[in-house]
Design a protein around this ligand. Structure first.
Ligand code: ADP
Ligand code: MG
Ligand code: MG
Length: 883
């Protein structure tokens, strides 16, 4: 087996499309080398080795060593140096790289190969003793941390003590000789901690680092990240070994990161940061404030530090050329790492850049307009779920802004919540239903769970490419980073700036669009749709086959859904209307009535209210189809529970509390989900559906007259298991329809159909379709009844099923294609046998889930229906499913 792939000097064994084997970083390093870009030589150990390693008790394939040696020799010969050479030693980095980038999750070791001898050689070769010893101590610290498990603070302690002794204020005052002394102290500390010395042999260092990278695939941070991002454990990571280049060799050296387009807004302008005389992660770590790469960005940021464009115009030109080349080659916005060593530019990484949903849309639409990609491709590139980010609130421009501090607008959207300083606390607060803003000096991978739990993130240190910023953008969370004027005191639990001090628990608002931090709960606005969003949606609409409807019962939701592009209502749950205002009184009166006459009297009171509801919905939907589901839940849901409530309600409706109590007991069911609900209510009390049908028809007649748009009403009967049930109920409904037509002198356009939400209905779908004019898959109940799992109780065990791999995902979130999905297919096939043109839709929660939508396309449904805010997601997902 080939375990190792080399790259460098204008050629490579690997390719861009080998990311599964080489990891993203390795595949792209190979590709860049093949493109002739300046990439330091190196090689990639494949993800297969990682898999092998874990499957074989953490050991390596027998022939790996030999392949690594050969690749190493090739790298060394291209670099013109030798590992451990006492004159001109080769130093390398050992870099992790999974298939998809896992920012900050895995560990990289730089300057590997340094030891007591090679450090002297470096000092001599470069004529810079300070550089050499500074590199050596960095390596010792990094290697100890990542490979040996000796924590950073051990060295910080020694360093601080030493600086105090010498009376130094800052690191640059430390001389080469000082570092030499410090390195000896560092090594002593390591010996103390581990009982063995810091490894001096480069070979040993190399294998230590390689093993640490493979080992880090299963560290806690990586596991958390994978869990949150649905990355399978089985993928594994690759390891890249690469010759070092040095950005920290004085003022003609530098290191930086850049995006070929703005990752926040999507604007077509190079966007990046760099530091002169610095190495590797210094830019991201937020220790020094980085400088802008382009002059335009510097001016916009009002920075007084010179740009790369101004400092090194030739190199800037070369860099821009490479950016353009890479963007054209990958046909997407790139995220790049580069280093300049004494005036020579080196590329260290490229990948498709992470971006906000807003930027993703803008970039996709612009790339399509530039002719780089097709419109189909643009539509395919947007993650439907990411659109959620665009539906984030912003701060009301009319609100008074009590600004305490300003940082960088690191991730868009506004968020508000209580101040918390600790990731665990953020998570706890979230569990208690409190909204929080996680406030940190800077964040690290250990804070991920807290960032997830928080509404937004605020840091006092770090740039646009700091950990907080990158991770927040990925999560779609508002983030303000690097608010330098903030003083954060973790111990005291305070945050102060501009003469104000806020405490843990105080409300703040962060504005990821402006970088402002505001005191209190500032009024916010609903998100606004922008041009590229509309354009992409329009393109998507052109590709999709299924219609998108919404689940709505209030005028507010119905209007919002229309604005988001809903093409009708797929589910209007009439029971929700029964709770509005004092309707519940009439509902209870109906339930408490002793006989049909009493019930009819109470229903008489509900009729005008229901008619009003439906009329509004019909008017808003202006001729688009509106599906109204007749009463579904068991009646006891409308009754009070508990002694006090019963007494209060009895008083309110003038009923005898004892009678009310008896009624509550009488209606109590052992298993209400499978009890007297849905159409079963109307089989026993036909007058309930009769009232609702009348309300629908009268409203349809009225709305049709008012708007001039004939109403398309779809009356949906829930919980059907047999044709016989539906025959009875449909006959009642049709009779009412005829009566209303006669009374009003109109012709009504309507259909009577059913939910398919019980397995028996699936099996009898053919005969049910003889009566039903449409089917709507109620996948919530269908999932409950197919699995025999109550959704409300599933939380206790379903996560374990997913964790143990028994189920690939929660079937209440995405349709289980093998079981529930199979049922949908059966019902579709049988239903169509009886009625070839039967209209088919879905109205369960799954209607807003992209993978379920893809499944619905496969089954050939006519529409999906989802909550209003999911409508754009569904439009895009339906288009992708059709492409
Ligand atoms: P991450 O995945 O966390 O970005 P990387 O492997 O990309 O980790 O490396 C971390 C930092 O070290 C980056 O800034 C990278 O550019 C730098 N780096 C990695 N390898 C080298 C090298 N051979 N020479 C110089 N800098 C390097
Ligand atoms: Mg890293
Ligand atoms: Mg990197």
């Amino acid at each position: 087996t080939k375990w190792v792939y080399t790259f460098g000097d204008g050629e490579a064994e690997g390719r861009q499309d080998m990311r599964n084997l080489l990891g993203g970083k390795g595949a792209n390093l190979a590709e860049m080398a093949s493109l002739g870009l300046p990439v330091p030589p190196g090689f990639t150990i494949t993800t297969d080795v990682c898999t092998y390693y874990y499957e074989n008790g953490e050991s390596y394939p027998a022939d790996l060593n030999e392949q690594v040696e050969a690749a190493f020799a090739k790298m060394a010969s291209i670099a013109g140096k030798r590992f451990g050479d006492p004159k001109d030693p080769l130093l390398v980095s050992v870099r992790s790289g999974a298939r998809t980038s896992m920012p900050g999750m895995m560990d990289t070791v730089l300057n590997l190969g340094l030891n007591d001898r090679t450090v002297e050689a470096i000092a001599e070769a470069t004529g810079d003793r300070r550089f050499a010893y500074d590199s050596y101590r960095r390596f010792i610290q990094m290697y100890s941390d990542v490979v040996l498990g000796v924590e950073h603070h051990e060295f910080e302690e020694i360093l601080e003590l030493y600086k105090d002794e010498k009376g130094y204020e800052t690191d640059p005052e430390i001389t080469a000789e000082d570092w030499q002394v410090l390195i000896e102290k560092f090594k002593e500390r390591i010996q103390e901690q581990l009982g063995e010395p810091f490894p001096q042999e480069p070979e040993k260092q190399l294998w230590g680092a390689i093993t640490a990278v493979f080992g880090s695939w299963r560290n806690q941070r990586a596991k958390t990240y994978r869990r949150l991002n649905n990355i399978p454990e089985s993928w594994g990571t690759a390891v890249n070994v690469q010759a070092m280049v040095f950005g920290n060799r004085g003022d003609s050296s530098a290191t930086g990161v850049a995006f070929t387009r703005n990752p926040s807004t999507g604007e077509k302008a190079l966007y990046g940061e760099f530091l002169v005389n610095a190495q590797g992660e210094d830019v991201v770590a937020g220790i020094r404030t980085p400088q802008n790469i382009s002059e335009a960005a510097r001016i916009e940021a009002k920075s007084d530090k010179p740009s790369l464009e101004a400092l090194m115009p030739d190199l800037y030109g070369e860099f821009i050329g490479i950016c353009d080349k890479l963007e054209a080659h990958y046909r997407d916005m790139q995220d790049l790492e580069f280093t300049i060593e004494e005036g020579k530019l080196w590329m260290l990484q490229t990948r498709n850049g992470k971006r906000t949903a807003r930027a993703a849309l803008k970039i996709a639409v612009e790339l399509a307009n530039e002719g780089v990609i097709s419109r189909e491709e643009a539509v395919k590139r947007i993650d439907p779920l990411a659109l959620d980010q665009l539906l984030h609130p912003t701060i009301d421009p009319k609100a008074t802004r009590d600004v305490v501090a300003k940082g960088l607008p690191a991730s868009p959207g506004a968020a508000q919540g209580e101040i918390v300083f600790d990731a665990d606390e953020a998570e706890e607060a979230r569990h208690e239903g409190r909204r929080v803003i996680l406030v940190r000096i800077e964040t690290s991978p250990e804070d991920i769970h807290g960032m997830h739990a928080a509404e937004g993130i605020l840091t006092s240190r770090g740039g646009m490419t700091s950990h907080a910023a990158v991770v927040a953008r990925g999560m779609g969370k508002p983030c303000v980073a690097g608010a330098g004027s903030l003083r954060i005191d973790y111990k005291a639990g305070t945050l102060s700036a501009g003469g104000k001090t806020l405490n843990k628990g105080d409300m703040i608002t962060v504005d990821g669009a402006t970088g402002e931090v505001l005191v209190g709960e500032v009024p916010m606005l609903k998100p606004e749709l922008f041009d590229e969003f509309a354009t992409l949606m329009e393109w998507a609409d052109g590709f999709r086959r299924m219609k998108i409807r919404t689940n709505a019962e209030t005028p507010l939701d119905a209007r919002a859904a229309r604005e988001f592009g809903a093409e009708g209502i797929g589910l209007s749950r009439t029971e929700h209307m029964f709770f509005e205002g004092d309707r519940i009184v009439a509902v209870r009166e109906m339930i408490l009535a002793d006989d049909e006459t009493g019930r009819r009297k109470a229903l008489e009171k509900l009729l005008p209210m229901q008619r009003q509801d439906f009329e509004e919905l019909f008017e808003i939907m202006a001729g688009l189809p509106v599906t109204i589901r007749l009463l579904d839940p068991p009646l006891h849901e409308f009754l009070p529970h508990g002694e006090d409530d019963i007494a209060a309600v009895a008083k309110g409706i003038g009923a005898d509390p004892k009678k009310l109590h008896e009624k509550v007991i009488e209606l109590t069911e052992l298993n209400p989900m499978l009890g007297h609900r849905g159409c079963r209510l109307a089989i026993t009390y036909p007058e309930i559906y009769e009232m609702q049908a009348r309300a629908i028809f009268e409203a349809a007649a009225e709305a049709g007259r008012k708007t001039g748009n004939p109403v398309t009403a779809e009356i949906m009967v829930p919980l059907i298991v047999s044709k016989a049930e539906l025959d009875i109920l449909k006959a009642d409904i049709v009779a009412i329809g005829e009566a209303v037509e006669k009374e009003k002198g109109v012709t009504l356009k309507y259909q009577v159909g059913t939910m398919i939400e019980l397995p028996r209905a699936v099996l009898r779908a053919e005969e049910i379709a003889e009566t039903a004019e449409f089917f709507s898959y109620g996948t919530n109940d269908l999932t409950q009844t197919a699995f025999g799992i109550s959704r409300d109780d599933a939380g206790r065990f379903l996560p374990t099923y997913v964790a143990k791999g028994i189920l690939p995902f929660d079937p209440f979130v995405s349709i289980d294609p093998e079981g529930v999905g199979e049922l949908m297919k059966i019902a579709t096939e049988r239903g169509r046998k009886a009625r070839p043109d039967i209209k088919l839709g879905i109205c369960g929660e799954h209607g807003g889930d992209p993978s379920s939508i893809a499944f619905c396309e496969e089954v050939g449904l006519d529409y999906v229906s989802c909550s209003p805010y999911r409508v754009p997601i569904a439009r895009l997902a339906a288009a992708q499913a059709a492409l």
